[in-house]
Design a protein around this ligand. Sequence first.
Ligand code: FE
Length: 250
Amino acid sequence: MTQVVLFENEEHKNILLEDHSEGEMVPANQHLIIHKGKGMLLDPGGHKIHSQVYSDLSAELSPNDLKYIFFSHQDPDIVAAANFWFMMTPADGLISELWLRFVAHFGVDRMVFHRIKTIPDRGQYLDLEGVQLSILPAHFLHSAGNFQVYDPISKILYSGDLGASIGVGYRIVEDFESHIKAIEGFHRRYMPTIRVYQLWAKMARKLDIETIAPQHGAVYQGKEIVNQFIDWVENQPCGLDVMEDYYDLP
Ligand code: FE
């Protein structure tokens, strides 16, 4: 699927890059934020796609102007090609402090390892050429050390695995009710308990969100669809809520 410009003005651009996943790979979105010519790449993906993502990125931004690579959590569809990105760009990486030494297992060269910065559990602000991006705590959605990014200019919330859909042929959610079938299985099994959805929904309602952009599948655009998703997810029992009786011998 082709790339989608989610937001654009004279000095700011948010791009959902083309989806290059194929075969057995879980399809994953790579997002790029550009502000005044400097960039941040979110969840860059694994080895099979890194050269295509790199060339797509290069069409928008000189790789030398990539300042940050954000890793929402430690899954291989996010961090597997970290070494490539540190070798090919001057960007710093950002990941939960829980996962720093796990990323090293994907083979991050000693020369560049120091460029991976850890995000404290409570999150932080991050300056991208004058815009303050919020790195928001979203732990246990689904990873134990997990963050989302809120961009106050585009009003996009980059939600990582939250809101993820698999196997949809569209890039923008047009009708939330019919989209539910593409998200309910994932949100029931990969997430730990409804309590975290409730806490997240409370946080999300404090933000002015125009778009929720997950790491997999279609994007929720417009306040109506965004609010439909928030209202839906905070009422979804999941994980331990529905699996307590699995804790028995088979
Ligand atoms: Fe994940």
